[in-house]
Design a protein around this ligand. Structure first.
Ligand SMILES: [Ca+2]
Length: 242
């Protein structure tokens, strides 16, 4: 009876192990969902004046990375904010404007930054998918862990200036450039200074790193050994009783 239970336990452990060895989903914190006092605690923003003459006030308040501001307005053409999933646009100001409408277009560059943790997971087997990605105005690219800025991987391909990107939901897929532990994702856009921002919903899929799989395998072998020992002990006990 005890041996049977041990075998069942071992089988259950193997089942759990198989589930753990499969792909895991790690959420990217959607923009505007982890907030405090109107600030996004999971997303930072940095703003740069491309013309360089006189930074508008809201851009000047974010020349180094600071918590992004949750946008409370929905300009024409933007997806309703917050979305059904709770996400909102983020920017350098609650009205999404770096300092009102300005003549130069694009005038400002924004780098939005978030982090995610791949501890215990294989960076080589990771895929990042932003399945609901809105931006106003222009796509520049993404950067992982301070690497090169990459403009590809987005679908459909955003329009050049004055193309009305804010009416289109984009999808961004990233398959390489990940590292062990905490990763940094930068999304870089440019805007005209009036209603500039991004809205992001997405997640990562990752598989356990080889070392984790090895540990898991060792653990399973141990469980199997215990089960076998219990089984033979039970068999001896039965023989003695007979
Ligand atoms: Ca704009």
């Amino acid at each position: 009876m005890r041996a049977k239970r041990a075998v069942l336990l071992a089988a259950a452990a193997i089942g759990l192990g198989a589930a753990a060895a499969g792909a895991q989903t790690i959420p990217i914190t959607a923009t505007g969902t982890n907030t405090s006092g109107g600030k996004d605690m999971s997303w930072m923003v940095k703003c740069r004046d491309l013309v360089g003459s006189s930074e508008q006030a809201a851009c000047a308040s974010a020349t180094t990375f600071t918590n992004a501001i949750v946008v409370t307005a929905s300009p024409g053409g933007w997806v309703t904010t917050p979305t059904a999933g709770g996400a909102s646009y983020i920017s350098v100001a609650a009205n999404a404007s770096a300092g009102g409408s300005v003549g130069e277009n694009p005038r400002f560059e924004y780098t939005f930054r978030t982090t995610f943790d791949l501890s215990g997971l294989n960076p080589l087997g990771t895929t990042l998918t932003l399945n609901n990605f809105w931006l106003d105005n222009y796509w520049v690219g993404y950067s992982l862990n301070g690497g090169a800025v990459i403009g590809s991987g987005i679908s459909p391909m955003p329009n050049p200036p004055n193309g009305g990107n804010w009416t289109t939901p984009f999808q961004l897929t990233v398959n390489s450039g990940f590292t062990s532990g905490v990763n940094t994702l930068d999304l870089i856009i440019q805007g005209n200074g009036a209603t500039d921002g991004i809205l992001v919903e997405g997640s990562l899929t990752a598989i356990p790193e080889p070392a984790t799989l090895l540990l898991l395998g060792t653990g399973l072998a141990g469980v199997g050994l215990i089960a076998r020992r219990r089984q033979s002990r039970a068999a001896r006990g039965a023989a003695n009783a007979a």
